[in-house]
Design a protein around this ligand. Structure first.
Ligand code: NI
Length: 170
């Protein structure tokens, strides 16, 4: 699985619900977890690998890998907190993002079992970040306009630098 990066319009599209959770879904979940580990990330959503389906995986240190299918965030705390986020689709970019401190999510796992989970701290944060991907949203959308512009400019410059290096290497 190749991870799509900023500028790819697939990242901006809304993912469709998974209508049937079956063996294919198990395979998709396994592949997403593999790609997540390969990228050394903590969360990865379908659209990031060009799969416009409502599925994401999360694997936080000290926890088991978790699969979320057709998720709904059913509660969010009033309290908002800042937390530094990054994204496998915007490599090298990190910024403080303000979001609810705690959420409650309802989803199905890859075996088709429904579950509800309350999450705060890093788990709550990564779940909210991945959920955004299903809506075609990226964490930089939640920054102020000047900050977003600055970050994108720096990212593009850095990407161009990487490409020039590739050219030099032939
Ligand atoms: Ni991301």
């Amino acid at each position: 699985m190749t991870i799509l990066t900023l500028g790819n319009e697939v990242l901006r599209r809304k993912a469709a619900p998974i209508t049937k959770i079956d063996g294919e879904t198990v395979k998709t979940a396994e592949e997403l977890i593999k790609a997540l580990h390969a990228g050394k990330g903590i969360g990865l959503a379908g659209p990031q690998v060009g799969l416009l389906q409502r599925i994401f995986v999360v694997h936080i240190e000290g926890d088991i890998p978790r699969v979320f299918i057709n998720p709904s965030i059913i509660e969010t705390s009033q309290e908002m907190v800042k937390y530094e986020e990054g994204c496998l689709s915007i490599p090298g970019v990190y910024a403080d993002v303000l979001r609810p401190r705690q959420i409650k999510i309802q989803a199905w796992n890859e075996k088709g079992r429904p579950f509800t989970l309350e999450a705060d701290d890093i788990l709550g944060r990564v779940i909210q970040h991945e959920y955004d991907h299903l809506e075609g949203a990226l964490f930089i959308d939640r920054l102020s306009e000047p900050k977003r512009t600055r970050i994108i400019a720096r990212y593009e410059k850095q990407q161009k630098g990487i490409k020039d290096e590739d050219t030099l290497r032939g």
